[in-house]
Structure formats: structure tokens, C-alpha cells
Design a protein around this ligand. Structure first.
Ligand code: TYD
Length: 140
């Protein structure tokens, strides 16, 4: 695992390949450090479009660019790190209280996201100033 922050890192996934092609299986609490409650995927993101711009209070997520590539910028309130997701056998774990921005989507990119809880708008922090204020509060 290439660690980006305490609760974020890039993981190599096991590829089960043979002459028919490749297969990656992801199991909750085994290949990702949480039970999987929800799966969604992002596709059809046009050139120049940026997504995300929020943090989650408690949610864990694991993102795999199963086709194409995109850049994910992570911010823990103190530092920003950027990672290019361009392989279907690498996944990015993003823990709670990490601001994320997604950009530079290559055409035909499919970004698969596994999440630890069902969709809950109350878990989102969509304002960067509020995010920084909450991080400061946590470090007091
Ligand atoms: P949004 O959080 O804005 O996407 P991103 O973080 O990629 O920029 O979500 C887009 C829309 O989809 C928004 O109306 C909320 C809705 N949505 C769900 O209904 N369920 C989900 O699991 C997710 C992730 C989003």
C-alpha cells in the first residue's frame, strides 16, 4: 500500500488472470478495510469537468478506475496530495474527513466507488471553509 495520509492509500489488488483475461474481486473487510454497503460508478464525465469538492464525516470509500484514467486530489486539511488513477488493479482508499476533488477524466473513464454506508447527505461537508474549521476543531 502506498500511504498518502493516515487514512488514505493506494492499494494493489490481486489480479486473477488466465488466457481468458483478467478478473479482480473485492471483498469487504478483506480487500478493503470496511464492510461494503454501496457501490456506484461515475462515467460520461466530459473534458474539463471537475467533480467531488466535498469531504465525508464518517464514510470510507475505495475508488478504482476500471477503465480510462482520472486524477484525484486529496486534502486532509493540512496537506494536499494528488494521485492519478489509471489502472483497474489499483484502488484508492479514502477515509473520513478528507476533502476530494476529481479531475482530468480521460474520455470513456469509468470510476467505480465502493462505500461503507448508504447515501446520506448529512454525512457530506460541501464547503471547504467548513471542512477546514472542522479539521482545526478536531486537532484542538
Ligand atoms: P455528487 O455527490 O455531487 O457526485 P460527485 O461527488 O461525484 O461530484 O452526486 C451526484 C448526484 O447523485 C447528487 O444528486 C447526489 C446523488 N447521489 C446519490 O443519489 N447516491 C449516491 O450514492 C451518490 C454518490 C450520489
Amino acid at each position: 500500500m502506498d500511504r498518502l495520509f493516515d487514512n488514505c492509500g493506494l492499494d494493489q489488488l490481486t489480479v486473477r488472470g488466465d488466457d481468458r483475461g483478467s478478473l479482480v474481486a473485492i471483498e469487504g473487510l478483506q480487500d478493503v478495510p470496511f464492510q461494503i454497503a454501496r457501490i456506484y460508478y461515475i462515467f460520461g464525465t466530459g473534458p474539463g469537468v471537475e467533480r467531488g469538492f466535498h469531504a465525508h464525516k464518517a464514510l470510507h470509500q475505495f475508488a478504482v478506475c476500471v477503465s480510462g484514467s482520472c486524477t484525484i486530489v486529496l486534502d486532509n486539511g493540512q496537506e494536499r496530495r494528488s494521485v492519478r488513477l489509471d489502472r483497474p488493479d489499483r484502488g484508492l482508499h479514502i477515509g473520513p474527513m478528507i476533502w476530494r476533488e476529481m479531475l482530468d477524466f480521460k474520455p470513456s473513464t469509468v470510476l467505480l466507488v465502493l462505500a461503507s454506508a448508504k447515501y446520506d447527505e448529512a454525512d457530506y461537508i460541501r464547503d471547504l471553509d467548513e471542512f477546514h474549521a472542522r479539521v482545526r476543531q478536531e486537532h484542538l
